[in-house]
Design a protein around this ligand. Sequence first.
Ligand code: 2P0
Length: 318
Amino acid sequence: MARVTTIAHPNIALVKYWGKRDVPLNLPAVPSLSLTLGGWRSRTSVTWGAPADRVVLDGTERHDAKVLRFLDLVAPDRPPCEVVSDNDFPTGAGLASSASGFAALALAATRAAGLDLPLPALSALARQGSGSACRSLFGGYVRWPLGEAPDGSDCHAVPIAPADHWDLRMVVAVVASGPKAVGSTEGMERSRRTSPLWRTWVEHGPADVAEASAAIQQRDLERLGTVMEASTFRMHATMHTAVPPLLYWLPATVAALHEVFALRARGVGAWATMDAGPQVKVLCEPSDVAAVQEALKPTALQLHVHGPGGPARVVDDA
Ligand code: 2P0
C-alpha cells in the first residue's frame, strides 16, 4: 500500500480552451494558453490499495465516476483506492477547480501506483480527467497545443515561461457563489453543435495563442490583455449564440466588466477574462492592484489577488 499527497494550483486561461474535437479523450478544438495561479490549491492524497474504492471531496464522501474512471486509466488492473481531495477555494464555480483537482490527482495516483511518468505523458494523462488540468501540472505561463496524434499522446501542455518570468497579478472578483448551472463539457458541445459563430471561434485560436505567446515573451501587458479579452469575448459569443443560449454572466459580471473598461479609460492597465461561470478575473501589474480592488469592491462578494504559481508537486510520500 502506498499513499502519496500532492498539491496543484488552478490556472486561468488567457487564451481559452472551449470545444473538443474528441470528447472521450478531451482533445481540444482550439489551442489555449494559461497562467497558473499561486495562492489557491487542490491537495489530493491517493492510497493505492485500500479495502474498497472511496472518494472524499472537500470532506464529503461521494461516488465520483470521473475520479474512479481516471484511476482506471492510470492502471486498468488497479487495486481498490482511496482518494481524499480538498480545495481551498470554491469548487465548480468557474474557478478552475477541475484543472487543479485532476492535475493533483494525476500526479498523486501515478506516484502512488509506482509510476514516474515524464511530464508530457503526465500532462496528457491529466488532460483525460479534465482538459484544462493538463496545464496545471506546470507553473507560470503554459501553452496547450492541439497535437496531431489520433490517440492524443502528443496533446499535452508545454511551459513557455516560468512564474518568475513576469510578475503579473490576477484579481479574481467572485460575484456569485454556488456551482454553475451547465458544466463545461456540455456547454462546449452545445456551442460547437449550435452556434453559427463556431467556425470563426475555431479559426482565431492559433493566432490568438501566437499573439499571447509573443506578448508574454516581450512582457507587453497591453498586447496580452487585448488578446485575452478578445479570446474571452469570442468564446462567450459562441455561448450566447448557442441554442438554447448559455449565459454564465450575471448582472454583477457585466457591472464588473464596465468597471474594468472605466479603469482603462482612466489609464489603468487592467483587462478582464471570464470562464464558464459568472466570476470576473482581471489581469494587471502589481502596482495597479489597489486601483482594481477599489473599482471592483462595490460589485464583488470577494476579491482575491493571485500572482503566478508554481508547478504541481508531491508534498508527502509515505
Ligand atoms: C479554459 N474552460 O481554457 C476554459 C475556458 C472554461 C472556459 O477549461 O470538459 O473543466 O473537463 O475538458 O477543463 C473548463 O473546462 O473541461 C475550461 P473538460 P474543463 O480554462
